[in-house]
Design a protein around this ligand. Structure first.
Ligand code: HEC
Ligand code: HEC
Ligand code: HEC
Ligand code: HEC
Ligand code: HEC
Ligand code: HEC
Ligand code: HEC
Ligand code: HEC
Ligand code: HEC
Length: 334
């Protein structure tokens, strides 16, 4: 770069972006900042018609244009020195071979460390633990330190560590499933909860498919979602059974979001339950015909006169139980 200060005949001669490169060739690296950004957009003219020390301004903030937070977090106002110590620690505005304008070297603890981030998923370096972008600076974190140390989730770090939050971990719809895979798998099953949550009627079971209501169209399914308060929980004398003891709100292979495994009351054991029809006493319905004691309305019962877990029962009605034991009154006999 030139070490002189030149006066020019015409004040605007050096306002043409192309001309900057004559003296500042090193400022255009591969994969530059949005290629259509001119030099003059970021570098205001301080001394029109002249070049040399401080002839153009250096931007003092990136956050006027980019709604992200730097890392580790600093105050809201990035003055020139702060800017260089924060965003520019990781980014090179002029261009980089790495993805997202990540610098090819990062300065940490007084040393320049080479960073390979050409692959925008290479946040950490599995082959050389400690040398990845999200490792080189860390000395006291619980995971991913410069000296190797412990790892945790190995997938896309930004799924949870959001640039908008200075890379602090945040829970969002995008990452619930990483830590709660069971619920996510259940929620993917076609149920009316799922359809309501996603606003997706198309994936509801069609007439005749498992889970469909007789005679209901997809539109009807959604319109027909139960109103709050139309179901009461099962409260046999001295016992209060939470809704979620019978229902799994995320999804189930059973109809009506009835859990496929019921935690029984006394004794508290997990019993698989097949509930795919509202018939009454029939396999896959309220009470089992072939294996008495295994139906939804049997697995908990130890003391009732009918439909007990031990299969022992006096004869009782075999038609749909909810006709006489409506949900609205907690399955008490009507
Ligand atoms: C004729 C050569 C020449 C041209 C053309 C030129 N510059 Fe410069 N520029 C210099 C010199 C010399 C310096 C001082 C370098 C130093 O201090 O080491 C400088 C410094 C700068 C600085 C640093 C300012 C600071 O405060 O540190 C910026 C930014 C800059 N130029 C931007 C531009 C832009 C943008 C253009 C095009 C619009 C441009 N220059 C065109 C010669 C030139
Ligand atoms: C997106 C905004 C942006 C654009 C576009 C941009 N620069 Fe810069 N420039 C910066 C920032 C930020 C710095 C401070 C860099 C630092 O301190 O690491 C800087 C610093 C400089 C410097 C000072 C030398 C240095 O590295 O500290 C020169 C010279 C310069 N830019 C020239 C240019 C030229 C020439 C162009 C066009 C090819 C250009 N800039 C385009 C943001 C930009
Ligand atoms: C610790 C290193 C680090 C710091 C400091 C940092 N960034 Fe980033 N930045 C990244 C990484 C890694 C990505 C790519 C992953 C992502 O988008 O979350 C990125 C992506 C971006 C993007 C999106 C670029 C694209 O191609 O879509 C912008 C814009 C950005 N950063 C701006 C900033 C600004 C502004 C600051 C300062 C306030 C800053 N960054 C500070 C590491 C950093
Ligand atoms: C330029 C250096 C630098 C880079 C690059 C860097 N960090 Fe950090 N990070 C720090 C420092 C400094 C701390 C404070 C703890 C320490 O020094 O070990 C920190 C702490 C953290 C913490 C704990 C504090 C908090 O904000 O919750 C997390 C999480 C974290 N970094 C994630 C990341 C991720 C993800 C990346 C890659 C996108 C990354 N870091 C890249 C410097 C860096
Ligand atoms: C599924 C979400 C998730 C993913 C993916 C994830 N993290 Fe984390 N990370 C967290 C949570 C939550 C914490 C806080 C845990 C704690 O403090 O015990 C954390 C903590 C950290 C910390 C230590 C913070 C401290 O205070 O010491 C670092 C460093 C870190 N993560 C880096 C990474 C890197 C690098 C990646 C990608 C390779 C990554 N994380 C991927 C959720 C995630
Ligand atoms: C980094 C991993 C992680 C992410 C991401 C995450 N969770 Fe969790 N979540 C946990 C852990 C660990 C627990 C405690 C589990 C336990 O007690 O068995 C928990 C517990 C819960 C609980 C039970 C709370 C209670 O009081 O019992 C709910 C509900 C929950 N998470 C929902 C979500 C939702 C919704 C999201 C996405 C917005 C999410 N989680 C993202 C790890 C995570
Ligand atoms: C003893 C087990 C049990 C308990 C406890 C229970 N339910 Fe139910 N629920 C069922 C059965 C069996 C059905 C299917 C028969 C019916 O619709 O009446 C059902 C059906 C429903 C339906 C209709 C779903 C549909 O697709 O039409 C809703 C809504 C409902 N329950 C909500 C609740 C709520 C809210 C609670 C707590 C206040 C609760 N349930 C407690 C067993 C139970
Ligand atoms: C999660 C356990 C559980 C499930 C599932 C369950 N019950 Fe019960 N139920 C009980 C308990 C506990 C009692 C008290 C008597 C006993 O322990 O046998 C009881 C008693 C009853 C009684 C007599 C007391 C009263 O409230 O009038 C009826 C009727 C009854 N249940 C109907 C049903 C029907 C119908 C279903 C299926 C839709 C069902 N139960 C499913 C736990 C359950
Ligand atoms: C036609 C109406 C009717 C139908 C259908 C019906 N019940 Fe009942 N159920 C009653 C009446 C009335 C009582 C209370 C009087 C009694 O104890 O005989 C009762 C009592 C019960 C009891 C409690 C017995 C006790 O010890 O207190 C259970 C358990 C029970 N029914 C389960 C079922 C199950 C399971 C179904 C479906 C397979 C079913 N019922 C179908 C009318 C019906």
């Amino acid at each position: 770069m030139l070490g002189l200060c030149v006066s020019l005949a015409t004040a605007d001669a050096y306002a043409d972006p192309g001309i900057c490169l004559e003296c500042h060739a090193t400022q255009v690296a591969a994969g530059g900042h949005a290629t259509n950004l001119d030099c003059v957009l970021c570098h205001e003219d301080r001394r029109p018609g002249r070049v040399g020390r401080r002839h153009r301004a250096v931007p003092t903030s990136c956050t006027g244009h980019h709604a992200v937070e730097t890392h580790p977090p600093v105050g809201p106002h990035l003055r020139p020195a702060r800017l260089q110590r924060s965003c520019l620690k990781c980014h090179d505005a002029h261009g980089s071979e790495n993805a997202h304008l990540i610098r090819t070297t990062i300065r940490t603890r007084g040393r320049l460390i080479a960073i390979d981030f050409r692959d925008p998923a290479a946040f950490v370096d599995a082959a050389r633990p400690g040398r990845g972008l999200c490792e080189v600076c860390h000395t006291t974190t619980k995971f991913y330190r410069a000296n190797g140390g412990k790892t945790h989730f190995t997938g896309d770090c930004t799924l949870c560590h959001d640039h908008g939050d200075a890379f602090a971990p945040v829970a969002t719809d995008a990452n619930c499933a990483v830590c709660h895979p069971d619920e996510a798998a259940r929620l993917a099953k076609p149920t009316r909860h799922n359809a309501k949550v996603r606003g997706d009627v198309q994936q509801l079971p069609r007439r005749g498919e498992p889970g469909a209501r007789t005679g209901a169209s997809r539109d009807g399914e959604l319109r027909g979602l139960p109103r709050p308060g139309t179901r009461a929980t099962h409260v046999p004398p001295g016992v209060r059974i939470p809704c979620t003891q019978c229902h799994e709100p995320h999804g189930s292979d059973n109809i009506r979001l009835v859990r496929d495994v019921i935690q029984t009351t006394v004794p508290g054991v997990a019993r698989p339950v097949d509930f795919t029809a509202l018939t009454g006493r029939a396999d896959g319905s309220f009470a089992s015909a072939s294996t008495p004691g295994t139906g939804l309305c049997e697995v908990c019962h130890g003391r009732t006169a009918f439909y007990r877990a031990d299969g022992g029962r006096m004869p009782h009605y075999a038609t749909s139980c909810v006709a006489c034991h409506p949900h609205a009154v907690g399955f008490a006999p009507d």
